[in-house]
Design a protein around this ligand. Structure first.
Ligand SMILES: *Cc1c(COP(=O)(O)O)cnc(C)c1O
Length: 381
């Protein structure tokens, strides 16, 4: 890595940490596919810790460097997926540990967590998402080891006060981990608000082009817990391929402009449909009537994200029919890409889902906002 010209996020991102290839002067890093790395006559390595690609690959380093700088953390680690990164955090807990997590959160993780806790002997308490007092009540001093929050959270976009959650977790001797996938490092800086660990599904906004599955963790301190997480990656083996790591950094370079356009488009859509007769409610933290708006306005800066949900007037069948009529929005899962997506979450999550049956989740992309508004209008009509 070369000397940085600026620590401002947009500059860091655009210049990939002011990258210049040491060997060639190239302004983008090369893909290094080698699995193993030669030692000199004295048995020294050229790059610290880079001897075998399952432990550390040179192709991970520029993206990890930029992420650590963006979040203001000591170190970052890329993983093979968001789930690989998130599950590494929980696998570092010991049987008998108590964990607090939201009731409404990224569904696949909550589903895995419930099974893993039962199997691994962890005690799991789910708090009412968006209710900071309920979170505080569930944290047990001396027993809780980890508090996991997601903000804004999928798919209702409730907001958790990170600073308040950090105070409660730390008073009890627990760590706070924040799933900041939807906020991205540009809109919220959880470590500055007191969190110990930040998680991103890099599949989403960080990469932004729906063509890489990846995850990332950033830590405030490179402490024993972090070393255990790094060991989970190295020896659990959930590493990203060099090409995927390279593509991820390529995507990250445009995060600032992509995200700002998505935030603007989401605000336009949210405002347009807030009072629509066929819409019961628009769930978007950028709207004043959203229950999390005050906290979001405090802990997010530069926008409220590109994710929103519409509660369509009617039942699940009506919501699915509206999604079925869309022509600009693509009916697909995932989020954070440049193209807009719509999803009927209750159909995906199945019975037992806490998601309202009339909810349509929308990942707002960077298209012309007039096309997005017109598409939803015609689908509701
Ligand atoms: C997608 C997602 C995950 C899981 O990440 P993968 O990259 O799909 O493994 C976790 N949390 C949130 C909020 C997500 O959107």
């Amino acid at each position: 890595m070369t000397e940085e010209s600026s620590s401002r996020p947009a500059t860091l991102l655009a210049q990939a940490g002011h990258y210049e290839d040491a060997a060639t002067g190239g302004v983008t890093p090369p893909i290094q596919p080698s699995v193993t790395f030669a030692r000199d006559r004295d048995y020294a390595l050229r790059l610290d810790g880079v001897s075998y690609a399952r432990d550390r690959s040179p192709t991970f380093l520029p993206a990890e460097h930029v992420l650590a700088r963006l979040e203001g953390g000591a170190q970052a680690l890329l993983f093979a997926s968001g789930m690989a990164a998130a599950t590494a955090v929980f696998r570092c807990l010991a049987p008998g540990d108590h964990v607090v997590a939201p009731r409404v959160m990224y569904w696949a993780l909550r589903d895995w967590l419930q099974r893993f806790c039962a199997q691994w002997g962890l005690e799991l308490d789910l708090y009412a998402t968006g209710d900071d007092a309920d979170l505080a009540r569930r944290v047990r001093p001396g027993r809780t080891r980890l508090v996991w929050v997601e903000t804004p959270c999928n798919p209702t976009w409730e907001v958790t006060d990170i600073a308040a959650a950090a105070a409660v977790a730390h008073a009890a001797g627990a760590r706070l981990a924040v799933d900041s996938t939807v906020a991205t490092p540009l809109l919220t800086r959880p470590l500055e608000l007191g969190a110990d660990l930040v998680f991103h599904s890099a599949t989403k906004y960080l990469n932004g082009h729906s063509d890489v599955v990846a995850g990332a963790l950033v830590t405030r301190d490179a402490d024993a817990h972090w070393r255990a997480i790094a060991d989970q990656r190295a020896n659990g083996g959930a590493i990203l391929g060099p090409f995927e790591a390279w593509l991820l950094l390529r995507g990250m370079r445009t995060l600032d402009v992509r995200l700002r356009r998505a935030c603007d488009n989401a605000m336009t859509v949210a405002r347009h449909f807030a009072a629509h007769p066929e819409v019961e409610a628009v769930l978007y933290p950028g709207l004043q009537e959203h229950p999390g708006h005050a906290v979001a306005a405090r802990q997010m800066s530069g926008g409220f994200g590109g994710m929103l949900s519409l509660l369509v007037r009617g039942d699940a069948a009506r919501a699915r029919a509206v999604a079925g009529k869309m022509q600009v929005f693509v009916r697909a899962t995932s989020l954070g890409g440049v193209e807009s997506l719509v999803e009927h979450r209750a159909s995906i999550e199945g019975p037992g889902s806490p998601v309202p049956p009339n909810l349509l989740r929308m990942s707002i992309g960077i298209e012309d906002p007039a096309d997005l508004v017109a598409d939803i209008e015609q689908a509701l009509g």
